[in-house]
Design a protein around this ligand. Structure first.
Ligand code: FAD
Length: 534
């Protein structure tokens, strides 16, 4: 059947069907005409030269031309210079060869305004396969084009920002798989020998926040500046401040059109803070060093005064005993009585003055302490002494250690006394110069620190006297006052813990310190906090 136009531009068709039955085919053109009148797509039918024979109301509405202004005019009435010539050439080359053409071109309305048209031209052939007419359908896709360009522009902007960002950006799915990463992430991965850094970030976040990526995604939990350490192959730790936000990607497949939920992921942004962290740690070490130096100075004065009190107390006790003996023997008239009493009271007065001049240790609050951190601080402070003696420190902190309550400065001093003792012990030892420090949680939930040195170990007679004030048995360092273990024991017992010295089965000395996990009480009687009460 060949559909034709009447003079009014209306579709006309021969009566009856092309098959002569006059039944269904006679209805189809009527239906077709009505449908095309109402179809919301600008539709036109032209002759072989694109002269318009018919245009539907949607065409009038879109172009602003009325039917009578269109009929007989060429479709080029809509052409705009913004469309390159090669587009028209392609269009014509395609449709004259009997193929349908689809493409976009810029059209101009009657009022001169322009719009982007998505045009499809279909050749209509006669029974012999010759092109008789063309049918054109186009719609205004200016908004769609704007949207596409907007998305593209935004995409280009986001891509350039993400690519140029000096921070690490990585998108991981709920399984922790990397979906997208920026060049900074790839550089970091390369630097770390191909390690999938996102896994380390995820592990670090789980350790810090107690939630895995899946939980964080499901709960929509955003966080900022969580510090995560990543161990490098060389054994150093690189530190990153990690922030993350939940990202939901909409399902773009056809079957996902009606589905609400998209794919969930976490966008992790990490900036390298290793440098700042090192500076902070250095500053902190310096502060700890200064604090400990001050504390050691006070402690030194206390040791000297305690020593003097100790030395004075002995003869005074002897004098007092002699005086009481004389009294018991009735030698009250002895010429010595008066001078002895004078010496005793002068001695007592001197003792009181010495006790009064004893500098007090600063009062310290009890706070939750990470013993690993505390030991590391002491090692940082002791590094020079350890290096000077060529001692290799093996530091094996427990990966997870509960915080214990305690007085940080006093406990730092306590660990320092033990490390200093270990240095002296190693000096007295053989060629091996090692100090092994480990921490772990005991079955009762306390924290245990073990120090093993490669020194000569504790001989039996030394073990008995080791906690005696002013007892010292160092072979190569005679100048020590012999108060380290006394003070160390005093500090730890004062804080509810304990200390035990002995020998490692591998040789060398061993010191075990238990830091009590329970809350601190008043501490054992007879000891003043952080100092010695003679
Ligand atoms: P023209 O000189 O008319 O054409 C540009 C080039 O197209 C010529 O150099 C030539 O290579 C080729 N060309 C033109 N006419 C023919 C032809 N009869 N046979 C072979 N090649 C030819 N154009 C629009 O701008 N907007 C429309 O919405 C639009 N709808 C159309 C719908 C239909 C059904 C058809 C058949 C054509 C439609 N055209 C449309 C194309 C239109 O006919 C013009 O070709 C076009 O507008 C360019 O016109 P012009 O005067 O700028 O240049």
């Amino acid at each position: 059947m060949v559909t034709q136009m009447n003079d009014n531009g209306h579709l006309k068709h021969p009566p009856g069907g092309s098959d002569g039955s006059g039944v269904a085919t006679s209805i189809v053109p009527d239906v077709f005409q009505k449908a095309i009148e109402h179809v919301p797509v600008a539709t036109s039918i032209t002759d072989m030269h694109a002269n318009i024979l018919y245009a539907n109301p949607a065409f009038e509405a879109l172009t602003g031309y009325a039917q009578d202004e269109l009929i007989g005019k060429n479709e080029s009435i809509l052409s705009d210079k913004a469309t390159p010539l090669k587009i028209y050439q392609e269009l014509w080359k395609t449709i004259t060869s009997g193929e349908a053409w689809n493409g976009r071109l810029v059209n101009r309305r009657k009022d001169g305004s322009k719009y982007l048209a998505d045009l499809t031209v279909v050749p209509v052939m006669d029974d012999d396969g010759h092109v008789m007419h063309y049918m054109g359908m186009h719609r205004d896709v200016t908004d769609l084009h704007q949207l596409e360009r907007k998305v593209k522009n935004q995409d280009a902007l986001i891509t350039s920002v993400v690519e140029a960002a000096p921070v690490v950006i990585v998108l991981v799915d709920t399984q922790g798989r990397v979906v997208f990463s920026n060049p900074a992430y790839k550089d970091l991965k390369r630097e770390l020998g191909g390690m999938e850094v996102a896994d380390r970030f995820a592990q670090g976040l789980q350790d810090s926040l107690g939630q895995n990526i899946k939980d964080l995604c499901e709960k929509g939990f955003d966080f900022a500046a969580v510090e995560v350490g990543v161990k490098t192959e060389a054994g150093d730790t690189r530190w990153f401040a990690c922030s993350a936000t939940k990202v939901e990607e909409q399902d773009m497949t056809a079957s996902g059109y009606f589905a609400g939920d998209g794919l969930c992921g976490m966008l992790l942004v990490a900036s390298d803070i290793t440098h700042q962290r090192r500076r902070y740690e250095q500053a902190r070490t310096n502060a700890v060093r200064a604090l400990m130096a001050e504390q050691q100075m006070v402690q030194g004065m206390r040791e000297v005064i305690s020593g003097a009190i100790f030395q004075l107390q002995g003869p005074l006790n002897v004098m007092s005993a002699a005086a009481s003996m004389m009294e018991r023997q009735g030698k009250t008239e002895s010429a010595l009585k008066e001078p002895i009493h004078q010496v005793i009271s002068a001695g007592q007065a001197a003792l009181e003055r010495l006790k009064a001049s004893m500098p007090r240790m600063a009062d310290e609050p009890i706070e939750p302490l990470n013993i690993n951190e505390l030991i590391r601080e002491v090692l940082d402070v002791s590094i020079e002494g350890l290096l000077k003696e060529g001692i290799v420190v093996e530091w094996h902190p427990a990966a997870v250690l509960p915080n214990v309550p305690g007085r940080a400065n006093a406990l730092r001093s306590m660990v320092k006394y033990l490390v200093d003792n270990a240095i002296l012990a190693v000096k007295d030892g053989g060629d091996v110069r090692e100090l092994l420090i480990t921490t772990r949680t005991t079955e009762s939930g306390d924290v245990l620190m073990e120090l093993r040195d490669s020194g000569p170990g504790f001989a039996d007679d030394i073990l008995i006297k080791a906690y005696e004030p002013f007892f010292t048995a160092w072979a190569k360092t005679r100048s020590r006052p012999g108060m380290g273990l006394v003070l160390a024991r005093q500090i730890i017992t004062d804080q509810g813990g304990s200390i035990e010295i002995g020998n490692a089965f591998t040789g060398g000395g061993k010191v075990e310190v238990v830091f009590a996990a329970g809350s601190l009480g008043a501490g054992p009687r007879g000891f003043e906090q952080g100092g010695l009460t003679p």
